[in-house]
Write a protein that binds this ligand. Sequence first.
Ligand code: C2E
Ligand code: CA
Ligand code: CA
Ligand code: CA
Length: 273
Amino acid sequence: AKRNGRNQYEFFSPRMEEMARHRLDIETDLRQAMSNNELLLYYQPIRRSASMDLSGYEALLRWHHPTKGLIPPLQFIPIAEETGLIHEIGTWVLTEACRAAMQWPVEQVVSVNLSPIQFARRNLVERVSGALEASGLPSARLELEITESVLLDETQRNLETLRQLKQLGVRIVLDDFGTGYSSLRYLRTFPFDKIKIDKSFINEVCESREALAIVRAITSMSRSLDIETTAEGVERVEQATLLQREGCSHLQGYFFGRPGLLDPQGRCHVKLA
Ligand code: C2E
Ligand code: CA
Ligand code: CA
Ligand code: CA
C-alpha cells in the first residue's frame, strides 16, 4: 500500500504538491489558531433602505496568521468544515459576536454565518442559546445566516433544528439567495425572516435587464410572503438608489462600508470604500 501511495505521488505536479502542502500547513495551524487568539471578527454595516438607519452588522471571520498575514474565510473555512474544526470555531464566532454586540451603544442586530456542517451536530441549539446566555444578548438581536444547503440533506432534522432556533427568538436569514438549485421551494419549506439577494445579481443590477428582473421578482415575492430582503454587495450609489426604489428592505456592501474592526463604541474603524 505504501508503494502505491508513493506511486500516486508521481501523478502530482509540483504545483499540486505545493497546494497539498499549503493545505496541510493551514490545517495544522488552524488547530492552534483558536488557542493563540488568531481568529477575529470583522463587522460590516447593514442599513435599512427606507431610512438609511444602521440596522446591524454582519460578523465576518478573519484569521490573523502569524506568518501568512490576514487569511480570508474562503481559504480556511472549507478546511475547517472538512476537519470538523468548524464546530469549535463556529461556537467561538457565536459567543464572540454576541459578546461584542452587547457592548454596542445602540441595540443593533448582529448577523452570524452558520456553516451547514454545524447542523450535523445535535447540540447546535444549545450552542446558540449558550452564547446568548453567556453574553446576555436578547435573542431578538441575533440573526443567523444559513445557505440553502442546510435544507438539502437531512432536511427533516435540519428543519426541526431551524424551528428550535426560531423558538429561541433569533431570526433566520437565507443567504446567497438565487445561486442555488431550487431556492423558491425553500421559501415554502421554512418561514425565513429575511433573504439575502446574492451579490452576483446586485453586481449587474444596473446594467443587466435580466438581473433587474430577478431582483424585482425576489423583492415582490418576499413582500407578499412578508419576508425582509437584504441586497448584498452594493458598491455604487446608483445600485443603492435603484434597490431602494425596488423595495429591498436592507442594503449592505462596500458602498456603505467594508467589513472592519469595531471599537468599543461600535463604530467602524474602516472608512467607506
Ligand atoms: P457571505 O456570507 O456571502 O458574506 C459576504 C461576503 O461578501 C464577505 O466576504 C464580504 O466581505 C463580501 N462583501 C461585502 N460587501 C461587498 C461588496 O460590496 N462587494 C464585494 N465584492 N464583496 C462584498 P468574506 O468576508 O470574504 O466572506 C466570504 C464568505 O465566508 C462569507 O460569504 C461566508 O460564506 C463565509 N464566512 C465568513 N465568516 C464566516 C463565519 O463566521 N462562519 C462561517 N461558517 N462562514 C463565514
Ligand atoms: Ca452571510
Ligand atoms: Ca451572501
Ligand atoms: Ca457567499
